[in-house]
Design a protein around this ligand. Sequence first.
Ligand SMILES: NC(=O)c1ccc[n+]([C@@H]2O[C@H](COP(=O)([O-])OP(=O)(O)OC[C@H]3O[C@@H](n4cnc5c(N)ncnc54)[C@H](O)[C@@H]3O)[C@@H](O)[C@H]2O)c1
Length: 246
Amino acid sequence: MARLDGKVAIITGAARGQGAAEAALFADEGATVVLTDVLTSEGEATAAACGGMFLQHDVSDEAAWQRVVDATVEAHGRVDCLVNNAGIFHRAKLVDHTLDDFRRLLDINTIGVFLGMRTVAPAMITQEAGSIVNISSIAGLVGAPNSIGYGASKFAVTGMTKTAAFELARHGIRVNSIHPGMIETEMIHEVASHDDNRLEKMANSTPFRRSADPIEIARLALFLASDESSFSSGSEFVADGAVTAV
Ligand SMILES: NC(=O)c1ccc[n+]([C@@H]2O[C@H](COP(=O)([O-])OP(=O)(O)OC[C@H]3O[C@@H](n4cnc5c(N)ncnc54)[C@H](O)[C@@H]3O)[C@@H](O)[C@H]2O)c1
């Protein structure tokens, strides 16, 4: 028996990067996957490759969230897992960070996660079961230079995860956050876009001396989405190659 047999999972920001790795792994492990993203053609191709359903979806849009959950329940009868993975990064020093950029980070990284949890919760409460996995960051646990808006948006995810876990526990719903370090996706290239050698320098300065492949986060998300993590809720799961260990 596969680890997600019979389960229906919604994964946001799944057109590429970590979300795409999670969709492929979850499908391999028996889940029916619903991939959502603002990137329509990439999202459709990724969904086709793993036999999933793609829905165009901006996570900061309240009405679009209801359409995603309704379409999932209509097509597949239930929703067992939600991976709130969609996110953006913006590099700026505190003194240069515009309010518009700060608000955009909160809209997508924070309000997107809030809306996702709130919209999916009624279906999970009816089922008396569910697992929500929120992708935060190590920037949601410790300070990181030149990313005050991103850090604010990801610390909020850490806090919301704990509150939701507490409220939803009596309904059999678990909520956890994942805190990746440096993962090889489009986003990390944006983090280091100001300097050609920056990525290599960043990776070499970590205890593992490398960045991670998206599958290394997908495996953790799989554990949290599955019943194997049945007693874990409201917790922070760090996968950062020991960057925040000291
Ligand atoms: N790459 C890293 O080093 C790293 C580290 C820590 C945390 N994270 C987090 O991991 C998650 C996945 O990022 P990734 O590394 O795969 O980067 P990525 O940029 O490859 O993927 C992010 C995905 O989110 C989608 N997205 C952006 N805005 C959206 C919106 N409004 N609605 C729906 N989808 C939207 C993008 O189109 C993209 O497909 C993000 O939440 C990110 O903050 C990444």
